[in-house]
Design a protein around this ligand. Structure first.
Ligand SMILES: O=C(O)CCC(=O)C(=O)O
Ligand SMILES: [Fe+2]
Length: 172
């Protein structure tokens, strides 16, 4: 599952619904200062920069992040919800629970639901996107294909870590 946080300050927490045998991968994206990730039990602060990834046990390791002092920081969190293990052989039940508005703890017992988040429209920020059917020419399978893509990729900037707008001097 994926959660996307926008300039969120997470107080220290354990993600109690993440599976204890899984790792969560957190990527920070954007142009920002601050927002460092902190693990108080380990006494380390990770000054996570855009595009960097940290993998850690979000269920077992207390963590939180500092305020974003400039810009926009999205943190994209890939995590494994414990229900994937505890209901592994019976996904039908998960769909039924979802329809009935029932949430369960790791032992499968129903727990009171606190609030319901509209995942399609978090805080009214997202528009619901209606997907169009592809046009015929977008799904037409060509009669043959060539492997020419590799030859077309210019790696000179990537090798030097340059942005598209950075000049590429002749001597390099
Ligand atoms: O954005 C961060 O650095 C932390 C996010 C987090 O811990 C969470 O979403 O559970
Ligand atoms: Fe977390």
């Amino acid at each position: 599952m994926i959660a996307i946080n926008f300039n969120t300050i997470s107080d220290y927490h354990w993600d109690e619904h993440d599976d204890p045998n899984s790792l969560c991968c957190l990527v920070a994206l954007g142009d920002f200062d601050g927002g460092e990730l902190c693990f108080p039990q380990l006494q380390i602060v990770i000054p996570l920069r855009p595009g960097q990834v940290v993998a850690f046990s979000s269920r077992l390791l207390l963590h939180g992040n500092f305020p974003v002092t400039r810009g926009i920081r999205h943190s994209v969190v890939y995590f494994v919800h414990s229900m994937f293990f505890h209901h592994l052989r019976n996904f039908t039940e998960i769909y039924k629970d979802r329809k009935d508005g029932i949430e369960r703890d790791v032992n499968g017992s129903a727990v009171p639901t606190v609030s319901h988040q509209d995942l399609n429209n978090a805080n009214g920020l997202n528009r619901i996107i209606n997907l169009d059917r592809p046009k015929a020419n977008q799904i037409r399978v060509p009669p043959s294909s060539t492997d020419c893509r590799r030859g077309c990729i210019d790696l000179s900037r990537a090798r030097r870590g340059l942005k598209a707008e950075d000049p590429l001097s002749d001597s390099e």
